[in-house]
Design a protein around this ligand. Structure first.
Ligand SMILES: [Fe+2]
Length: 187
């Protein structure tokens, strides 16, 4: 599946603007991480990011968290996609699915998902609410305040080190990638 196909499927199953912006954000973070860890797979890692929440509007993830991920796999199969690496990576971003991250790609999606929301939350405490204003130092400060953006799982974000990337470098990559698409994601 190429990116155009992934985007077409995404837009068919996801309508919410916030979800679409989130998907796009995780895509660019994954591409940035891939440039460091698996440069020849940049587009593929991006697709994992783009599609990781494909089932968001199609499963009862609040009541049944174990369905978030497997439902995306069902949708993709219905669309004629047969890609176990993609399927496992999508499920691994939600450990409640039963798939535990164990490869660099899986650790990367586990970490990139909460990082996207966390950096957005940090941007929103700045007067101009711009991602361009966010400093590395304040990301670290907020990271250590457990009550700040408490929904962003710190352990998952740190799992980037299991993928082979330094956590500080991960922050800088994610910030840079989000700055590049700031207009598109309303930051
Ligand atoms: Fe997500």
């Amino acid at each position: 599946m190429d990116r155009a196909k992934a985007e077409e499927i995404l837009h068919r199953y996801m309508k919410g603007e916030n979800y679409l912006q989130h998907s796009r954000t995780v895509e660019v973070i994954m591409r940035g991480v891939a440039r460091e860890l698996a440069p020849e797979e940049e587009e593929y890692w991006g697709i994992v990011g783009l599609l990781h929440d494909l089932d968001e509007e199609h499963c009862a993830w609040k009541e049944h968290p174990e369905t978030h991920g497997p439902t995306s796999v069902e949708i993709l199969k219905k669309e004629g996609i047969d890609d176990p690496v993609l399927f496992d990576a999508i499920c691994a971003h939600n450990p409640a699915s039963g798939v535990r991250a164990s490869t660099p790609l899986q650790y990367a999606i586990l970490a990139s998902d909460p990082m996207s929301g966390f950096l957005k939350a940090v941007a929103q405490v700045y007067p101009d609410k711009k991602i361009a204003s966010v400093k590395h130092k304040s990301v670290i400060k907020r990271f250590n305040e457990s009550r700040f953006a408490a929904g962003a799982n710190r352990l998952y974000m740190e799992a980037i080190e299991d993928a082979g990337l330094d956590f500080d470098e991960f922050i800088d990559i994610a910030l840079e990638q989000m700055r590049d698409i700031a207009d598109e994601i309303g930051l």
